[in-house]
Design a binder for this molecule. Structure first.
Ligand SMILES: [Fe+2]
Length: 363
């Protein structure tokens, strides 16, 4: 299955004359006024990005030749739609579109799926559905690949998501399968301007603050990440632009899925209390390969982990570990969609047939 997918994708790339690009282009979620684009080429060259709208064109170029290219565009107009091409000495050879990081109460949509490792066919079907929803931002709740140290796994991931990654800025959350090496944010993903620490970071987008955390560093209030989260929430409290805070970490504190019996109660201690005090409405998790909306002590905990990874033959069967806080549970390949409009959040979820499996308005 995996070999077949790679072969087909490489053939398509060759036919279109894009043979030089072996990964990407990838849009990395960026804050207002910036956009970071990366891609990889077979041979060393000085990469460049030309970008603009129908009436303008600018060029940003690297200083030195290489095969892994990272260019951060700056001084972009917030909320504005841009198109771009990547290239080098031999001209442009791929491209896409993006909206520069939104600011203020700009209504926007983001989508969430996770656990995309393995089963590239299902992964691709879900991603096609995500693309059709035309989000402004896409988050993966972790376990992007089976083994973060295997370059082949990343090749399959980038081929499977190639059309999404060149149009929708991507927000990655680290999972247990991704963190075999600490290369996740250092070599694969780059979020300049928003990353203060190795495995957790924040992103301000429109009227929202995304808090992307390392599940392994959630403690009783004393870990470096705990202290950082408290500071982020304190800053958000006095920022008049922030109406929503969206924390995300891979392992869910409450779940009816196969990991529902794991001992994760500590995640409902200090961290949860901090979220309650900060007015958090929704937290996003993955790890279990299903969709679930739970409501615990005033906060919706959403597991969006049905992005392609195996479901162990459990499809269409009841939840294996039903828990009292669960409101919706589905063993279906799926993604979550959140529409943000002022104070109002509309949370929806769709399966891979495009059928609505959950919707709730959260004022
Ligand atoms: Fe996981």
């Amino acid at each position: 299955m995996r070999f077949g997918l790679v072969t087909v994708a490489v053939c398509l790339i060759s036919i279109d004359g894009f043979a030089e690009v072996v990964r990407g282009p990838v849009l990395h979620a960026s804050t207002d006024g910036m956009m970071t684009i990366s891609w990889d080429t077979e041979k060393e060259l000085v990469g460049e990005v030309s970008y603009g709208d129908a009436g303008t064109q600018e060029i940003a170029a690297e200083d030195t030749p290489g095969t892994h290219h990272i260019i951060t565009l700056t001084n972009l107009e917030p909320n504005k739609q841009y198109r771009f091409q990547i290239g080098g000495e031999e001209g442009a050879n791929s491209g896409g579109t993006f909206r520069a990081g939104a600011v203020g109460d700009f209504p926007y949509r983001f989508t969430v799926s996770g656990d995309t490792r393995t089963q590239a066919f299902f992964h691709r079907v879900v991603i096609d559905r995500v693309l059709a929803a035309r989000p402004d931002l896409h988050m993966n709740t972790g376990d992007l690949v089976s083994s973060g140290e295997e370059s082949d796994d990343w090749d399959v991931f980038f081929l499977t998501e190639v059309d999404l990654l060149r149009h929708i800025p991507f927000l990655p959350v680290i999972g247990n399968h991704d963190k075999d090496e600490n290369t996740f944010y250092d070599e694969i993903w780059c979020l300049p301007g928003v990353r203060d620490n190795p495995l957790y970071f924040s992103l301000k987008y429109a009227n929202s603050l995304f808090l992307v955390l390392d599940y392994g560093e959630i403690g009783d209030g004393t870990t470096q990440q705990d202290i950082w989260v408290a500071g982020q929430l304190q800053d958000a409290k006095i920022d008049p632009e922030i109406r929503h805070i969206f924390p995300a970490y891979h392992v869910p504190p409450v779940s009816s899925g196969p990991h529902g019996n794991d001992d994760n109660e500590h995640m409902l201690g200090n961290l949860h209390q901090k979220f309650v005090e900060a007015g958090v409405k929704v937290v996003f998790n993955g790890h279990d390969h299903d969709y679930e909306r739970s409501f615990y002590d005033g906060i919706y905990y959403v597991v969006a982990g049905a992005g392609g990874a195996p479901q162990g033959g459990n499809m269409a069967t009841p939840a294996p570990n039903p828990q009292e806080y669960s409101q919706v549970f589905a063993f279906e390949f799926s993604f979550a969609q959140i529409d943000v409009d002022g104070d109002l959040l509309t949370l929806s979820a769709y399966n891979m047939d495009g059928d609505l499996i959950d919707r709730i308005e959260i004022p």
